[in-house]
Write a protein that binds this ligand. Structure first.
Ligand SMILES: Cc1cc2nc3c(=O)[nH]c(=O)nc-3n(C[C@H](O)[C@H](O)[C@H](O)COP(=O)(O)OP(=O)(O)OC[C@H]3O[C@@H](n4cnc5c(N)ncnc54)[C@H](O)[C@@H]3O)c2cc1C
Length: 308
């Protein structure tokens, strides 16, 4: 089935970035369609409590997502969820997006905001304790571990910087890393090593998570000896990489070596009329507020592009 209408803006992904772009575009009277794989709201829906979004004292992630969705709809934004995109044709003046079920949508501009996901360790118990002691975001969840003992897994810049940040809350932070050295900038290594609240367990990997209702204990393997030990713990933060949801955009827009979409300060991608926003772009800090800002900028740039 081919849809006749040519939208001004099609937004791929309905998380914080996509919904913000949807609010701005539809409020600017641009005909706007959000195409979202899965449930609307993206990672916000996975977040039990959001306590750091300005203007909202503390709320459930799904409630914030719902408010953004309703706000976009009130301005006339169309939203289609639980769908799968089959292919893109974004080069021409009119862009085309084809879904797996055969539906096709066209527009003059496209905003890509498919988000991403933290790379999991992939070991037993990780899924069960996600949000119940296991976190992938120190900025979001650090406060829940005030005066508690936590583990940070990883040896890159994020792991070391977030471990230092976590010492504002936790009384003890133990970094567990698989190698005998870190793959981080020297200043990040120095800062972590100079911090008296940080301890290190090197050449070790986590093997399992245990607890009743919430994480209480982990088992570790010391790689050179194969020795297995257990450790009581209140929380665990995993920083072993991040996976942008850009697999289907390779060869379509310019990505960097980490598969993040390359944009300029106006959120313009390598293709005219195609913009990108949120966790999928090249950036250092991935938060709801930064995704909202990116979505806003992408929408305003798309409007400017349409006017020109
Ligand atoms: C557990 C957890 C807790 C967090 N807590 C906080 C917090 O307390 N405060 C804070 O500010 N930030 C927090 N964050 C980070 C924050 O949620 C993200 O930075 C932000 O929501 C990213 O928004 P986004 O729109 O860029 O991407 P996402 O939220 O990832 O949304 C992308 C959307 O696009 C859809 N999608 C993906 N691929 C496609 C495709 N090919 N076609 C169509 N749709 C697609 C996805 O299904 C999803 O709905 C947390 C993150 C996690 C994982």
């Amino acid at each position: 089935m081919t849809q006749e209408e040519i939208f001004d803006v099609i937004i791929i992904g309905g998380g914080a970035a996509g919904l913000s772009a949807g609010i701005y575009s539809s409020r600017a009277r641009l005909s706007t369609l959000i195409l979202n794989e899965g449930a609307i709201g993206g990672q916000m829906v996975l977040t039990e409590e959001v306590a750091n979004y300005p203007g909202v004292e503390s709320t459930k992630g799904y409630l914030l997502a719902n408010t953004m969705k309703n706000q976009a709809k009130q301005f006339g934004c169309k939203i289609k969820s639980n769908l799968q995109i089959k292919s893109y044709d974004l080069k021409g003046e009119i862009k085309h997006v084809v879904l797996e079920d055969g539906r096709e949508f066209s527009s003059r501009t496209v905003i890509l905001s498919p988000g991403g996901r933290p790379r999991p360790l992939g070991i037993p118990g990780e899924e069960e304790f996600k949000g119940k002691g296991i976190s992938y975001c120190a900025t979001c969840d650090g406060d829940f571990f005030t005066r508690k003992e936590v583990i940070v897994v990883g040896g890159g810049n994020s792991a070391l910087e977030e471990a230092v940040a976590l010492t504002q809350y936790a009384k003890k932070v133990t970094i567990v890393h698989q190698f005998d050295h870190f793959q981080a900038f020297q200043h990040a290594i120095d800062q972590a090593k100079e911090n008296p609240e940080i301890e290190f367990i090197m050449e070790s990997e986590l093997r399992s998570f245990k607890g009743k209702g919430a994480l209480q204990e982990v088992t570790l393997e010391h790689l050179p000896t194969g020795e297995i030990s257990s450790m009581k713990i209140d929380g665990l933060f995993i920083f072993v990489g991040y996976i942008p949801n850009t697999g289907d955009l390779e060869g379509i827009v310019k990505l960097n070596e980490r598969k993040e979409i390359v944009v300029d300060e106006g959120m313009k991608t390598s293709l005219p009329g195609v913009f990108a926003a949120g966790d999928c772009i090249v950036k250092r800090f991935r938060q709801i507020s930064t995704a909202v800002a990116d979505g806003t900028i992408a929408s305003l740039s798309a409007a400017e592009f349409l006017r020109s």
